[in-house]
Design a protein around this ligand. Sequence first.
Ligand code: FES
Length: 174
Amino acid sequence: MTTSQQQSRPELRERIRGALESQRTDKERVPSITVLSSLLAVQDDLHYIPDEAIEETAIFCNATINDVWSVASFYTNFRFTPPGMTTVDVCWGPTCHLMGAQKVLDAVQDELGVDSEETSADGKITLRYSTCLGACAQAPVIARDHVLKGRANPDSARQYISDLQQELENGIAH
Ligand code: FES
């Protein structure tokens, strides 16, 4: 059962509205509220953009559904399906690329049995590509739910995914 199915639609809308409203009290991070900042606020909270978020963002920003959808579909970082239980980011930014990120990415994809930014067949781990995880000095970098692991190589990346799968299997991952 997916996150969206577990959460009733009214509850989901409430959570989306809460994420949108939170921008008003975070002036440092969100100096001006836009359709883009609103979609980012929702994705930060839910880790994806459900259909309801398009509608709620349109209402919140006094924009049309088309306006919101055109912004949401333009940026490749937005995802429209619920993520797995945990997310693994692999950086393929310039520094990581030079330091061997492609081989790390190949190893991670192979371990997860995916070909691109997808969720593993068991629904547990979602792979995302990052353009920079902000730790270039430790390139190549991978991260699990924003916790970084630097100086990765194909073997350590395979082990990392294997350990994570084991943790999730045993129900001890957080
Ligand atoms: S380019 Fe990978 S962490 Fe910056």
